[in-house]
Ligand binder design. Structure first.
Ligand code: INI
Length: 159
């Protein structure tokens, strides 16, 4: 029997692509800060000159899957993190954006074999989103941990 699991300390060979939505950037910038803080504390070089990290900005969460797919297909990254914040309004737009972002991100992951972390907050209010992006906790941190785990796990499976 083999137990195969990822570690959080195997980050040295990892190249990570982050795709961030500008929509609700009050929230997504905070998610990005939490994410970078976690990566840096786990040994990833997060400096602007880093070879281990690229960050792409897209207009909104709807566009996350397309750019995640481009990064995944480039062959330059072992793991991709997507960051977005979709906040419910009075119209069905919320459901459309959330459905496309979540389905699209899952599809990119499966079709490319590159793990794509779903770091999209879906909340009823801006207050709830901010609470999850730094006021109470910062889920950007968790998304980074999940990326490290999945990158390490895939490296083990592929070796
Ligand atoms: N994009 C988001 O990331 N969050 C939202 O809350 C949101 N709302 O509510 O509209 C949103 N819309 C923009 C969408 O993601 C696309 O960028 C836009 O439709 C252009 O394709």
């Amino acid at each position: 029997m083999a137990i195969i699991e990822g570690r959080f300390t195997d980050a040295s060979g990892l190249r990570i692509g982050i795709v961030v939505a500008r929509f609700n950037d009050l929230v997504t910038n905070k998610l990005l800060s939490g994410c970078l803080d976690c990566l840096q504390r786990h040994g990833i070089d997060t400096a602007e000159t880093s070879d281990q990290l690229d960050i792409a900005w897209v207009p909104g969460s709807f566009e996350l899957p397309m750019i995640a797919q481009s990064l995944a297909r480039s062959g330059q990254f072992q793991v991709i993190i997507t960051l977005g914040a979709v906040i419910r309004g009075d119209t069905p737009h919320f459901d459309v954006v959330v459905a496309e972002a979540s389905k699209g991100i899952a599809t990119v992951s499966r079709e490319t074999g590159i793990p794509v972390i779903f770091g999209v907050l879906t909340t009823d209010t801006m207050q709830q989103a901010l609470e999850r992006a730094g006021i109470k906790s910062n889920l950007g941190w968790s998304y980074a941990l999940q990326a490290l785990e999945m990158g390490s796990l895939m490296a083990k499976i592929n070796s």
